[in-house]
Design a protein around this ligand. Structure first.
Ligand SMILES: *Cc1c(COP(=O)(O)O)cnc(C)c1O
Length: 385
């Protein structure tokens, strides 16, 4: 999983479908990122921030009791233990440092549940930048705690009142706002979606998950490499970062989507937010709403690299229902003492089903990325558990 070839393309997906002024801004981000990523000074500064502020490396935890019950060896890559509680911080610290290097003084971001918004507000505070976060009005109502966290951190939260007033509209609005602010602002996109170079750049910033896990598996597992690598997929950044660390191995990749947000499993070719990829659409080609109990999986499409990995057969994409995810979250809490984010619980739910159905044979080794902690989901869960 290297640089997209030809430039900006993953097979027939990817590209930079944006108004001329944003094409130019993306070109600048692309150039600055290439330079920074080749600069040991930049990499060193980012590694230090990830260590001293975000708490990396995160542990690889053997899920002892659950493994015993399932008859497979399950290992959890613990992104829930990072500062702010999900993998989003890895990407955001990278982009915030890049923005500083480019002389930008403000970060613009979109957010759905608020996890990416909180991570962006955090990185902005840390590096002395301003932050403007676009958030759908409906999500603002549903996620009061994260809205408060962003404001506490000094970010401006802008309510988006267009369309369905959720993540898709917040992303459109953030991009529109960037058009008029490219000179002093960097658009800090939260997943492996959007125009080139974002899908590639965000995956590189999330690669730290896979690279760390690779070394930890080499030390912990008898086989060195797990048989299966499993992660949940919203836009696809925690999965892409995890897969990247095992690209040169024979590990089988599984991306787990929400039943109501299955861009890779059920989407059709389209263009949204500057990118050609797979999106949920109605018969007229209109992009439809995604629905999931896990707000982070509520994106109606998937990043272009996942669409390509699917076509190549290198990764497979499966879906899990809200119910299965809730049951998996409870099971992990009660066997391992870990309350996962509902997003991450989707990955576990598939593993549990695949063991029952014989797709994961007894004795298999399975690495799963636990993308975040469940605290943010308590108000949802307490109605159901
Ligand atoms: C945002 C989020 C996701 C989904 O985003 P990806 O880009 O697919 O990784 C998954 N888990 C958590 C905890 C999140 O906050």
């Amino acid at each position: 999983m290297g640089e997209p070839q030809p430039r900006g393309r993953f097979g027939e997906y990817g590209g930079r479908y944006a108004p001329e002024s944003l094409v130019e801004a993306c070109r600048e981000v692309d150039e600055a990122f290439r330079e920074a990523w080749a600069d040991p000074g930049f990499r060193g500064a980012l590694a230090r921030l990830l260590a001293v502020h975000a708490g990396r490396p995160t542990p690889l935890t053997p899920a002892w009791r659950l493994s015993g019950e399932l008859g497979v060896q399950l290992y959890l890559k613990r992104e829930d233990l990072t500062h702010t509680g999900s993998h989003k911080i890895n990407n955001v610290l990278g982009q915030a440092l890049l923005a500083t290097r480019m002389g930008r003084r403000r970060l613009i971001a979109e957010t759905g549940a608020g996890q990416h918004g909180v991570a962006t507000a955090t990185a902005a505070a840390l590096l002395g930048l301003e932050a403007t976060v676009f958030m759908g009005e409906r999500d603002i109502e549903r996620q009061a705690l994260n809205v408060f966290r962003m404001r506490m951190l000094g970010a401006e939260v802008v309510p988006v009142t267009t369309g369905s007033r959720t993540l898709k509209d917040a992303t459109s609005e953030a991009m529109r706002h960037w058009v008029g602010a490219t000179g002093d602002s960097h658009y800090c996109l939260g997943s492996v979606v959007g125009p080139d170079p974002y899908p590639w750049m965000v995956r590189e910033f999330q690669r730290v998950i896979g690279d760390e896990a690779r070394g930890q598996c080499a030390a912990e597992l008898r086989t060195g490499v797990p048989d299966h690598v499993v992660a949940c997929v919203g836009g696809g950044s925690n999965a892409a970062g995890t897969f990247a660390g095992f690209a040169d191995t024979s590990a089988r990749f599984v991306g787990v989507e929400a039943e109501g947000g299955a861009g890779a499993a059920r989407g059709r070719l389209g263009v949204l937010h500057g990118c050609r990829s797979l999106f949920l659409q109605d018969d007229d080609g209109q992009i439809t709403e995604a629905h999931s109990i896990a707000a982070g999986l509520d994106y109606p499409g998937v990043g272009p690299e996942h669409a390509h990995l699917r076509d190549l057969g290198r990764a497979r994409y499966v879906t899990v229902t809200d119910d299965e995810a809730v049951r998996a979250a409870v099971r992990l809490a009660r066997t391992e003492g870990i309350v996962p984010a509902l997003e991450s619980a989707h990955a576990l739910a598939w593993i549990i089903r695949a063991v029952a159905g014989g797709e994961l044979p007894a004795g298999s080794t399975v690495l799963m990325t636990l993308s975040g902690r469940g605290d943010k989901d308590i108000s949802t869960l307490k109605e159901l558990v």
